[in-house]
Design a protein around this ligand. Structure first.
Ligand code: 3PG
Length: 396
């Protein structure tokens, strides 16, 4: 159920769970993407006369108040993007919250202090959930990016109040469904990043679902090693060679084509502008470190993208934070963006590093959908149920 099913909002206290866990430096928000993406929903509820009570977490304060993890510095950022004042209460439950909520007029917006200042939040404690629920007539969950946490404000509240998905939650679920549940085929998944160990579940789930799987980044080295190739000093989880072989076998059985690097950019140290050369993957020197995919690999990936109707992307293809080892990631991202712009590809991307890499390539806006989620996007790709989403579904 979405906001469309919530009925008249005038005069109602709407507990709106948002994820404004945004990067901050010296008390200032450095990337407001997550704020920008929830502002339309706040506006919609306020314009309908609802009294918006924002619930959110920030950082990982472990169940007690920590000054550096207060949501107070986020208030002005929300107000700025919303173009309206936003009130703040120093606690998310108890008298401070109750008084601030009681002072709201129709259309007002209030942010309550970090839910994680209370141990009951992460414990999903029913008593704490009831304390939160006391300030709302209904619950709207807008925090897809926190939906992998079964916390009081992400999961518990859906069981005790009328519960609805917010617009961003709807958009995320819709895009992810188009990406993997009911995609236009063929589907290509591009998975990069450093370690196989952190993405085994993801790879195993994907080979069963997609038609082509590009394995890139540091993770590809473990697969090259598993094929008997030397990877020099590159990052490589040698003890996972058998796992890599199993994933390749599973892909074959599922008719999923695996695309591994055929050439690599090799440097002697992990440093921006380190001296480097491009070699075939069977010619990596012993002292060399693979920091990026080479041009032949990029050409193969781009041709595979041309053959696909849907792309799901998580993780960079190389050490994109170090120039010039961002080249493969940037080239593939630009190519995917071109295909998207010409209407040939539905492109869905997510994960903290991935979004940074796409923005670095200047194509974040061109992709069909860029998720605000990091951990939740990964867990969804892994095929796991997200408790925040499940609770909404159960209620519906
Ligand atoms: C995120 O930033 O991915 C979400 O806000 C969840 O944060 P968490 O990993 O601390 O639960």
């Amino acid at each position: 159920r979405t906001l469309d099913d919530a009925g008249a909002l005038k005069g109602k206290r709407v507990l709106l769970r948002v994820d404004v866990n945004v990067p901050m430096e010296a008390g200032r928000v450095t990337d407001a993407t997550r704020i920008e993406r929830v502002v339309p929903t706040i506006r919609e509820i306020a314009d309908a006369g609802g009294r918006v009570v924002l619930l959110a977490h920030f950082g990982r304060p472990k169940g007690k108040p920590v000054a550096s993890e207060s949501l107070k510095p986020v208030v002005s950022a929300i107000a700025e993007h919303l173009g309206r004042p936003v009130a703040f209460a120093e606690d998310c439950v108890g008298p401070a919250a109750a008084e601030a909520v009681a002072a709201l007029n129709d259309g007002d917006v209030l942010l309550l202090e970090n839910t994680r200042f209370h141990a009951g939040e992460e414990k999903n404690d029913p008593a704490f959930t009831r304390d939160l629920a006391a300030n709302g007539d209904l619950f709207v969950n807008e925090a897809f990016s926190a939906a992998h946490r079964a916390h009081a404000s992400t999961e518990g509240l859906a069981h005790v109040l009328p519960a609805y998905a917010g617009r961003l939650m709807q958009a995320e679920l819709d895009a992810l469904t188009k990406g993997l549940e009911a995609p236009a085929r063929p589907v290509i998944a591009l998975v990069g990043g450093a370690k196989v160990s952190s993405k085994i579940d993801l790879l195993q789930n994907l080979v069963a679902k997609v038609d082509m799987l590009v394995i890139g980044g540091g993770m590809a080295n473990t697969f090259l090693h598993a094929q008997g190739l030397g990877v020099g000093k590159s990052l490589c989880e040698k003890d996972l060679a058998e796992t890599a072989q199993r994933i390749v076998a599973a892909a074959k059985a599922a008719n999923c084509r695996i695309i591994l690097p055929v050439d690599a950019v090799v440097a002697s140290e992990f440093k921006a502008n380190a001296a480097h050369e491009t070699v075939a993957v069977d010619a990596v020197p012993e002292g060399g470190m693979i920091l990026d995919a080479g041009p032949a690999t990029v050409a193969e990936i781009n041709a595979a993208i041309d053959a696909a109707a849907t792309l799901v992307w998580n993780g960079p293809l190389g050490a994109f934070e170090l120039t010039p080892f961002d080249a493969a990631t940037v080239a593939a991202a630009k190519h995917a963006a071109e295909q998207t712009a010409s209407g040939k590809l539905v492109s869905v991307a997510g994960g903290g590093d991935t979004v940074a890499a796409l923005n670095h390539a200047g194509v974040g806006e061109t992709f069909s959908y860029v998720s605000t989620a990091g951990g939740a996007f990964l867990e969804w790709l892994e095929g796991k149920e997200l408790p925040g989403v499940e609770a909404l579904r159960a209620k519906a």
